[in-house]
Ligand binder design. Sequence first.
Ligand code: PMP
Length: 420
Amino acid sequence: MDRVEQFHLVVVTCPAARVDFPALSGRPRAMTLSTRITTLLGDGSDGWDVFNKARGMIADGVAVTELTIGEHDIRTHPDILAAMNASAVGGHTGYAAIPGTPGLASAVADRIARQSGVPTRPENILITAGGQAGLFAAHMGVTDPGDKALFIDPYYATYPGTIRSVGAVPHPIVTQARHAFLPQRDALEEAAKSAKSLLINSPNNPTGVIYPRETLEMIADICIRHDLWLISDEVYDSQVWDGAHLSPRALPGMAERTLVIGSMSKSFAMTGARVGWVCGPETAISHLTDLSTNTNYGVAGFVQDAAEYALRRGNGLEQEVAAPFRRRRAITLDALRGQTAVTAIPPQGAMYTMLDIRATGLTGEAFAYGLLEAEHIAVMPGESFGQSAAGHIRVAMTVDDDTYRDALSRLIQFAQVRAA
Ligand code: PMP
């Protein structure tokens, strides 16, 4: 084995917390990684084991129906790609403005002002590399190391890791299926006493629930009385099937303590473009711009131009992107009728349905593994979204209607046999 091979062997097989580099003397020297990075995933699992297993089966040539991640079955609209191409070919390939191009920042501000009714200027907007970078920036902006950062369980898989990555301490607020997974005042009030921030997500991934006005008013009241920052993840705001999306930033006293996270990923099928935003008070945005300068140094100019083009096209395009999920929601509710092995809180928004499979006596994880083995259908176990979603599975409505209908019917049969 030569020196290079030896080096690869040591690096690739190293345990998470240690990387051994061969020192010049020939003896490996142990380098320590930060606790922050090695404990990012908490218990060491990111809850994506079933997904990874499904991907492994696909790589081995097995035909698996994937109802796992929030990736559309359509691609980015050709007009958006044409705008991206025109911008790049036209020369917007150098460093782009860091808080965001003036054009995109004002298109985002206009959209937010129109939808929420809250006066919003480009100075309230930081363009980020997707909503995920916005979530990181927002927590970095409002918490100090050791601060308690609240989030609602069940939750989008990255939330605890994002909070840990800024040195804050993630604290889940457990909810119940019988309350439609909505946070209740008592639990929130108690946790809020010693917390710095609260992260909410409506329309919700994974539950599909949209927070009603009363819940948002209760949350606003708690944030104001306990002096909490509210981080409102609204990346699914264009996917509303039932009821209406209300941004909590619009509630009295909230604009100065709310950071809204938005994204082009879900609304315009632009997941790969990595473009999103944080909307908040000007001072916060100005400091977050410093963070952006010192981390990713902005978002590609041609991507920002494409996003601006998409936003300025009006909401016809957003509705086109959302339409398949509206149809598949109806397919889901239809498929669930007339049986009790699988039930659901009808999703009010977003591209997922959370199915209650407790009648089978299986955990979400056992159900998901069993379904993958028996039917080659991949779903996410509820447990990957926190303890509140135990005994559930999340289905992403992200395959064509016929495949989706067929997969659901096989999933229900699989459950019925076990529930009998
Ligand atoms: N928030 C939620 C609730 C999500 O589901 C996702 C993506 N699945 C994100 C944020 C991040 O999305 P992106 O970074 O692509 O905007």
